[in-house]
Design a protein around this ligand. Sequence first.
Ligand code: NDP
Ligand code: 8X3
Length: 258
Amino acid sequence: MTENKINKIAMITGATAGIGKATAYKFAKEHYNLILTGRRAAILDEVSKDLEQTYGITVYKMELDVRDNNEVEKQIKALPDAWEKIDVLLNNAGLAVGLNPIQDGLIEDWERMIDTNIKGLLYVSRAISPLMITHAKGHIVNIGSIAGRDAYPNGNVYCGTKAAVDSITRGMRIDLLKHGIKVTLIEPGAVETEFSVVRFKGDQEKADNVYKGFTPLKAEDIADAVYYVCSLPQHININDMLIMPTSQAAATIIDKKL
Ligand code: NDP
Ligand code: 8X3
């Protein structure tokens, strides 16, 4: 498929794993061209190649750490004209690092979460929203979490970052209202991805334990929801969507059959 064919464009941050990667596959299947970002260049290459070959779409790769605003601005400014008409921005890049009570928290972990989950989302949104305003169209989908609604033991800063995403999403929706730009918050419960491996700093056994005894959501479940909210007619916006595994009633209330 050539670049000048009128495919819609979706930009997805954190497309090298989990929810972001699954959403890239979902949107590619639905004939979107994609701007994909992530820090792991080799995976970005591999995913992009596979999407182009499997679905005949075009991928614009952005090897990018969303915590680096200079780099975010530079790479978005460098987008060729044909890629500037972004229909969907999925602010997905994010992480939890560590699970400690507040008095034992590592400042370095806190800064990684705040810099990625809050500041990274803001940097990317700051750079993309003017393009959407210029083209008088667009939909920003932010990935929050059940953690933004329910603080849980030792989740302190991660929960705080996701509560901030909720609040920022509401503010963005108000500011972008008169420009006809939709803003949606999707808040998943437990989804089995690389999330817990990252949280436990590579401890695969601890990560696997999180999902034992119940059926968590799959990244593809969230990808389907992102596509659904983006495929509605212009006059309908889903403001907020909380999606839980059937076995999970709240952040820490999971019916585990161990
Ligand atoms: P994964 O760890 O599987 O994927 C995270 C993605 O974010 C990766 O592609 C990673 O890419 C990217 N990323 C992380 N840090 C940065 C950074 N500084 N710059 C650019 N990209 C970055 O986790 P999930 O798919 O589960 O998480 C996606 C989002 O969903 C996060 O915001 C998370 O908080 C949220 N969420 C997850 C839930 C879950 O249970 N899994 C539940 C609720 C919300 P790379 O390493 O290549 O940079
Ligand atoms: C990820 C889900 O409940 O581990 O946001 O915080 S949880």
